[in-house]
Design a protein. Sequence first.
Length: 591
Amino acid sequence: MSTVARAAPIGVSAKPAPARVFLGIHDGHNASVALVREGKIEFALQEERLSRVKNQGDAPALATRAALDLADGATETCVALNGQYMNYAQWDRDTVLRDYDNSGAWAARWKRSWKGSLIDRIYQGRKAGARRERLASIGLPAGEQVTVEHHRAHAAAAYYTAPFPEARAARGKVLVLTCDGSGDRLSATVSVGEGGMLTRLAEVSEHDSIGRLYSLVTRYLGMLPLEHEYKVMGLAPYAADARAAAEIARHLESLFEFQQESLSWRRRRGVPSMYAGSEFLSRILTGQRFDWIAAGTQMFVERMLTRWVGNAIRETGIRRIACSGGVFMNVKANLSILELPEVEQMFVFPSCGDESNSIGAACHEAARMGEPIEPLGRMYFGEPITDAESEVALERAADAGSRIRFRWEPDIERMTARQLGAGGIVARAKGAAEFGARALGNRSILAPADRPDVVRSINHAIKNRDFWMPFAPSVTAERSARYYEKPKPVDSPYMMFAFRSRPEKRAAFLSAQHPCDFTARAHEVSRSHNPDYHHLLEEYEAISGEAIVLNTSFNLHGEPIVHRACDAVDVFLRSGLEHMALANWWVEKRP
């Protein structure tokens, strides 16, 4: 059941030597590595980008090697691990499906009853020991490893990188909220950040996890938990009967009750753990239409989160919030929170699933050792693609008989804009790789946003997305107000919010918004974050009159986003793409 704790704050000690680096490691589902030096995030990369295996988990050997190479010469390397322990070999598709499909069985219910017991603590200790040995085998000495509790890592990522200059200058308070499926036996926390310290006020057990419930519904609808929750969110607006959806939402809400100053919730008596609840949930949902279920579940999570946030603000008096954890990947729920009158300012850490906890763990330890952390800013932390690397990859493909032709362009952004202006679709791979689940222009497939037919073309030739799923737009930050409405001022450089499109501009980006409720998961591009991509959008505006394009990730369905030039060439050749901007090389397929 849920508990409330008032833990000691994270302290701040003396300023460290500038040559010290902090290496953050997430070695679970969608493993990642981050490096923080002198309060700045220098590097962050998911293992999947190098291994080319979607959601690659366990010890991130390849990304760790890249980070250690970057840290070479540091006088001290502090290794911060996400979570007190990690259960390896639990990340691949078949294992995830088996876990969810069996979660209602008697054995699963019996296993959950041991959580928190002496046997459970012994189990965690054994897993922690095996983890240290495995990480040592990839170059991380066991003596240099410290663990950061899972939800503290989430909270640290959100708090220390939040763009709240007034809070930093005046040592103002920030309300920090985390919510996900599970981590170190918790699923949600409420903390207060002040003066570089985080103090936890409340926490919610993993057994009461609304994130896990959302994933159970994802599986009930025949999709993959821990990956396809966004598809449930995308399906929700199509519900044919709003009353039926609302009834499902009310039923799901009745499973939980708020407690302890309303900062946390727990299951009501008789409701099983969300980690042994698949059969229980199935009985509730059996006979309901798929669209009602999606809409009702989305409505439920929005109501739970907005009630929770409102309660926390009223209890603490803090109206500036920072959020992290996989549940906050739900951009529609984030919009509902932003619309709350109690919320004054809101920051959601980008790609805030567990992959971001490598950043959170590194920031946590850096702050604990006295380093002030810089606000997030740019989200491009991977090694850049160069012209030379691209030329080698293209020449190898041509020598192997591939039907491509390519030329170096002095202004590749203008060339790309021209092709988009002519109605074309262009893959773009240039500069440093963006971190996380969302393509932010440097590993993207771009298309005109005002042509609905390009959605069919992209789906048929490249992405194979479900027909109900919308694409998203990239827009210059200074023009964004033309295209959609915001309930209050907030920047959206990381695609973490949905906004409602302006009716008078809806036709200008019909292919890059939800076709049913006309919301858009906006990517606002500023010159300071990405000058080349911003230039491309300016060139496109000069041609078309619109500063907005369709932007989707550069990958084939079921594969990670491309990383190196050779990955981009490989996907280009295996897809129906006809044009690609690779670094400063313009690439086409020969007829």
